[in-house]
Design a binder for this molecule. Structure first.
Ligand SMILES: *Cc1c(COP(=O)(O)O)cnc(C)c1O
Length: 448
């Protein structure tokens, strides 16, 4: 075991060291080696050292270098050093974090991390939470609580009796809703398409004046951080206008919720603490390893009613029982990494991570603009939409060339019908040098 783990550490260090000089996108030569894994199931055991060797030799070069500082696609943060080391430690511990009796440590660290999270995210201190796989499942978790609450108020026990014959729930979303939220609605029987869509402005923000009259059980889904523009729905206008309606307000803040951790950006979340539930990702802007999402629910009782199970062998002790709050039963101790990330960054370190990455986004936008490119969004956060004109084929060709050069990774998007390149700066690992180097690479291709 010692030899194996030391060899693992040595290889992992070499891998991370190599990130600054290798192509962000795996080369096509490297990718051909993926076929090396395609063999019949071995009949007999193999030495774990040899298994590791295979993984490293053919696996490491085919990874996308998203752990490095120049991956600006989607919204991808690299693991913080403290989070990665906690992940290794937790791997060695091999704790099942579903039940407190299986891991008092994981249950305790989750409880503490939850308290810290509510603090840095400026959410009410008595809010309940769940450590899940990602924002999709965080929204699923929170919306399950919403579904329970609204139907219980209407005299219907949805967990016992299901949705057939239940009073209908109206679900309101913005025209720019993230597809993962629609997926969560679909999984809950609330329907991906049976939603009321509110028109948005040119940044993707719901128009608060476009809300219909609300009657009966209703869920309103707001977005904190549009995945293209970074824009926030105006919660400070919408939530107060709903006060009389008893609507449940859910927030998809997969990355945008983290803006609350920075004194300079917290104003973007004005009004959001008045919501009933929130979903965010640890693996985006908190820079912990995948899979790590967080659901926060104001009404703990509804969350428990929607998600808890009971069985004679599930002993209830004094500790918070993690599995009473999540869709999952057995799971890994992802709270350990969140605890470690917050413990190592502290309040100031987290604020700095948010502010530094936002600053880089603004800087890149202004440099690209100076070079004559059109920026399609107001850069309020860490997202930048760059236009190479209205021709989608040209846009895609330039993006492809930038990806092939391997200096940085940027992806294509369509913003309100216009093709664009999307930059998302979300990693602690990004340095000023990475930004300059990437700007050069982008400008070189956008001029040809
Ligand atoms: C990334 C993202 C999601 C989905 O998150 P997963 O972690 O992939 O489940 C949902 N909403 C928004 C706004 C996002 O950016």
């Amino acid at each position: 075991m010692d030899k194996l783990l030391l060899d693992t550490a040595r290889r992992a260090i070499a891998y991370l060291d190599g990130l600054s000089t290798r192509a962000v996108k795996p080369t096509s030569e490297a990718l051909t080696n993926l076929s090396r894994f395609d063999e019949p199931l071995p009949e007999h055991p193999t030495d774990p050292l040899a298994v590791l060797e295979l993984l490293d030799s053919y696996g490491s070069p085919t990874t996308v270098a998203s752990a490095g500082g120049r991956h600006f696609g989607f919204v991808v943060g690299g693991s913080l050093p403290a989070a990665l080391s906690a992940n290794w430690m937790a791997g060695a511990w091999d704790q099942n974090a579903g039940l407190a009796v299986l891991s008092p440590l994981a249950a305790t660290l989750e409880t503490i991390a939850l308290r810290w999270l509510l603090d840095v995210l400026r959410l009410p201190a008595d809010t309940s939470g769940a450590f899940v796989t990602g924002a999709t499942m965080a929204s699923f978790t929170a919306l399950a609580a919403a579904r329970h609450h609204l139907l219980a108020e209407a005299g219907w026990d949805v967990e016992a009796d299901g949705l057939f014959g239940a009073p209908p729930i109206t679900v309101i979303v913005g025209e720019e809703v993230h597809p993962s939220l629609l997926k969560a609605l679909g999984m809950l029987g609330l329907g991906r398409q049976r939603v009321v869509r509110i028109p948005v402005d040119n940044q993707g923000r719901m128009r608060s004046t476009a809300f219909p009259q609300i009657k009966g059980p209703t869920i309103v889904c707001l977005q904190a951080g549009n995945v293209n523009t970074g824009a926030f729905d105006p919660a400070h206008e919408i939530i107060p206008s709903l006060r009389e309606t008893k609507a449940w307000v859910h927030v998809d803040g997969a990355f945008g919720l983290w803006a609350a951790a920075s004194p300079a950006y917290a104003h973007l979340l004005e009004g959001y603490s008045q919501a009933d539930s929130w979903a965010t990702d640890g693996h985006k802007w908190l820079n912990v390893p995948y899979d790590s999402g967080l659901a926060f629910v104001r009404d703990e009782a509804s969350q428990r009613s929607a998600l808890s199970i009971s069985a004679p062998y599930l002993l209830q002790g004094g500790l918070r029982e993690p599995a009473q709050f999540t869709p999952e039963g057995s799971r890994r101790a992802r709270g350990v990494e969140i605890w470690a990330a917050l413990r190592s960054l502290g309040r100031a370190g987290l604020a700095d991570l948010i502010e530094r990455t936002c600053h880089y986004a603004q800087y890149m936008a202004s440099r690209l603009q100076e070079a004559g490119l059109l920026i399609l969004n107001q850069v309020v956060l860490n997202q930048v939409l760059v236009s190479f004109g209205t021709d989608a084929a040209t846009t895609n060709r330039i993006i492809e060339e930038i990806q092939q050069d391997g200096i940085c990774w940027v992806g294509p998007t369509l913003w309100q019908g216009q093709p664009a390149m999307r930059l998302s700066i979300s990693s602690w690992a990004t340095t000023e040098e990475d930004i300059e180097h990437s700007l050069e690479a982008i400008l070189r291709r956008s001029r040809t």
